[in-house]
Design a protein around this ligand. Structure first.
Ligand code: 5GP
Length: 193
């Protein structure tokens, strides 16, 4: 088991409805030493890529993305969630269905902060069905930039997102892939990587 898998076993809580709660160290209270280990690992896995920008989505991707950005020495842009947006022209907009909140959000990025020169590493905390990632990928594509890679803290391998994104040809690196989990007895199995 790697450092993140060990931490998930120690402090993660399996909830009904295929939800893994990791709010004591990842997406509410945040363990920055753990984030630094994640940043170092993503830097290693994407060391051959000419990344000049990190893109994530609010809210829980931001903390991880900021620490990862330190290892790449590049800025972070986060897509903002907004239920209704009337501004046109200066924004890239994508529609994203939220796995945890079961609602649709428009996510927006200002055109000032993403353009065709950008070589982007997308970072997020979770990958479930892949809607958040597909929204971020479409925003990079609309900007004419390049998605150089995608780094995820926890992928739920029993949901469809990982397969969809890998089939699209992207280098998707997940630090922990949950193969199965059981809310009844709290057990979690990881995919061998
Ligand atoms: P997707 O768009 O891939 O279906 O879902 C990704 C987003 O949903 C992540 O950004 C994350 O915020 C949230 N999410 C999905 N599954 C879980 C989960 O099991 N636990 C937590 N805490 N968040 C999740």
């Amino acid at each position: 088991m790697n450092f993140l898998e060990e931490r998930i076993i120690k402090d993660g809580i399996v909830k009904e409805g295929n939800v893994l709660k990791v709010d004591s160290f990842l997406n509410h209270q945040m363990d920055i030493s753990l984030f630094e280990q994640m940043g170092e690992e993503f830097k290693r896995r994407f060391s051959d890529k000419p990344i000049n920008k990190i893109l994530t989505i609010e809210a829980s991707g931001i903390g991880i993305a900021c620490v990862v950005a330190k290892y790449f020495n590049v800025p972070v842009v986060f897509a903002k969630k907004s239920k209704s947006i009337n501004i046109e022209g200066e924004m890239y907009i994508a529609e994203v269905e939220s796995f945890t909140h079961k609602c649709k959000n428009q996510v927006i990025v200002s055109k000032k902060f993403l353009n065709s020169d950008d070589k982007v590493l997308i970072i997020d905390d979770f990958l479930a069905n892949g809607c958040a990632l597909q929204g971020l990928i479409s925003i990079v594509n609309e900007a004419g930039g390049t998605v150089e890679g995608i780094g995820i803290a926890i992928e739920k391998g029993f949901q469809s997102g990982g397969r969809i994104i890998r089939n699209l040809g992207y280098q998707l690196e997940s630090l922990a892939i949950v193969e199965s989990m059981d809310a009844a007895n709290g057990t979690i199995q990881f995919r061998e990587q």
